[in-house]
Design a protein. Structure first.
Ligand code: CTP
Length: 448
């Protein structure tokens, strides 16, 4: 089963991550139903009509989630300017643990030609599954499928073998007012998931504009609470225990999952190199990454990716709101609260565990609790003499992972919004109206 979800994924947030999680879950469910039926058929073949049906489920998935990422030019044409350029949006989407592959530069509109390419071809995962089933299937079933699947061996590379397309339950219109998903709907290949409430790019853009605007970088919280805009800062997202459990659950990958395979190889190679060169004694290294992880972005992904290559386990210590909002920090308060900040880290494939609301400093206790072997601070400048003392005492290495390609500083992102203020404000107006309409007509819709 190959599930497709497309989108802009601008300022890729945990609402997008939850959409991707649900899309993959739809595929897993349909895959499961198909495999169960296949097992039943198998029993029927073997044991005859009176056999009791067995409903064994396969333990490894063959489901893959393919994400189409809309180009910068297409977003500008259909929605207004993107905040985050395509390269960074791709980096963030690839880091979400439910994603198996991405297609870049996809059109905003699902044109007949593009839909044709999406649904054409049979992916290698399906071919493998087919080969296994060949051994057990009836002769009739075999001959029918052989013909159809044999053709797929010659599938051109730009055909994607997609089985269904998933989108959130918010309407998605083209600039001419028509439904962007009309074709897959007509073909019966469209599935819908519940949009995650309380988070959106629109909301984040508003917060970024306020942050960039405030003369002291957003420290003046009294301004926003008295000018009527304070609502923007109140989180509407409900962090439930089940949501955290869904995000933290182990993901099962198909043997052909492209991103997972590449990621595994990179990490294995990195660790082998490290052990060869440094003659490391410790085979169970734990990297503890301390930071705010506010407005999670490509810079954070790059940081966590590097940590995951250097250590066997990566723990994100998402600093508690109480530390980040205290006057002593001399820093602007975070734009997202600690639960919101933690959700993006939990959804990241490079992170093995998350401390939700961690202390801002490394302590003896933390070193022992998590068996920390290395510590990284999101911002090197924040390392204190006390941190160094604790690390020295506990034999913990302080790794300096500087910004490389992508900036982790939210002010860099906020300045992009500020630089295109007029365009963003126009976009905000349109989007806020459609979001308000969504909440207005809202009723209960079950999630995947
Ligand atoms: N999505 C979601 N919950 C959100 C935001 C987005 O389920 N809070 C889903 C959308 O419904 C879509 C996918 O994520 O299926 C990609 O969304 P995208 O194209 O990036 O844009 P928007 O729907 O406009 O989302 P946002 O307002 O956050 O940009």
């Amino acid at each position: 089963m190959r599930v497709y979800m497309d989108g802009c994924f601008d300022l890729a947030h945990f609402g997008h991550a939850n959409a991707l999680r649900q899309a993959r879950h739809i595929g897993e469910k349909e895959d499961d139903a198909f495999n169960t039926k296949d097992d039943e058929d198998e029993d029927y073949e073997k044991d005859g009509k009176n056999a009791t049906t067995r409903t064994t489920r396969t333990t490894t998935t063959t489901c893959e989630l393919v994400v189409g990422i809309v180009s910068d030019a297409e977003i500008a044409r259909c929605k207004g300017p993107p905040v985050v350029p395509e390269e960074e949006r791709v980096k963030c989407v690839k880091a979400v643990k439910w994603v198996d592959d991405v297609i870049t530069n996809v059109p905003y509109e699902l044109t007949p030609e593009f839909v044709e390419r999406l649904f054409s071809g049979t992916h290698v995962a399906s071919r493998r599954f087919f080969c296994t089933s060949l051994l057990f299937s009836s002769l009739l079933f075999l001959s029918f499928l052989t013909l159809s699947r044999y053709v797929s061996l010659f599938t051109p590379a730009d055909e994607y073998g997609i089985d269904c397309i998933v989108h959130g339950d918010d309407p998605c219109y083209l600039p001419d007012g028509t439904d962007a998903y009309a074709i897959p709907k007509k073909l019966g290949k469209y599935r819908e998931i519940k949009r995650t409430e309380g988070v959106s790019t629109t909301d984040l853009v508003a917060r970024l504009l306020e942050f960039a605007d405030s003369s002291d970088g957003g420290k003046d919280t009294t301004k926003s609470s008295s000018d009527g805009n304070s609502k923007r800062h109140e989180s509407r997202f409900c962090t439930t225990a089940s949501r955290i459990a869904q995000f933290a659950a182990k993901v099962s990958y198909s043997k052909t999952s492209k991103i997972h395979t590449e990621d595994k190889q990179r990490k294995r190679k990195g660790k082998e190199e490290k052990r060869k060169n440094v003659n490391a004694k410790n085979n169970d290294t734990c990297c503890y990454v301390v930071g705010a992880f506010d407005v999670f972005n490509a810079g954070h992904v790059e940081l966590l990716e590097e940590c995951s290559v250097a250590a066997d386990k990566v723990i994100c210590a998402v600093i508690a709101d109480e530390y980040l909002t205290s006057d002593q920090t001399n820093q602007p308060p975070p734009m997202l609260n600690q639960s919101e900040r933690a959700m993006s880290a939990i959804a990241c494939r490079h992170c093995d565990d998350v401390v939700v609301g961690a202390p801002a400093r490394i302590t003896d206790d933390i070193c022992k609790t998590f068996n920390v072997t290395a510590v990284v601070f999101e911002d090197d400048a924040s390392i204190t003499a006390q941190d160094r003392k604790v690390c020295e005492k506990n034999g913990v290495e302080i790794l300096s992972v500087r910004e490389k390609h992508f900036s982790r500083k939210k002010i860099t992102i906020a300045k992009r919004v500020q630089a295109n203020r007029a365009l963003f404000e126009a976009r905000q107006k349109r989007k806020m109206a459609s979001e308000a309409a969504y909440y207005e007509q809202k009723s209960f819709v079950a999630e995947e």
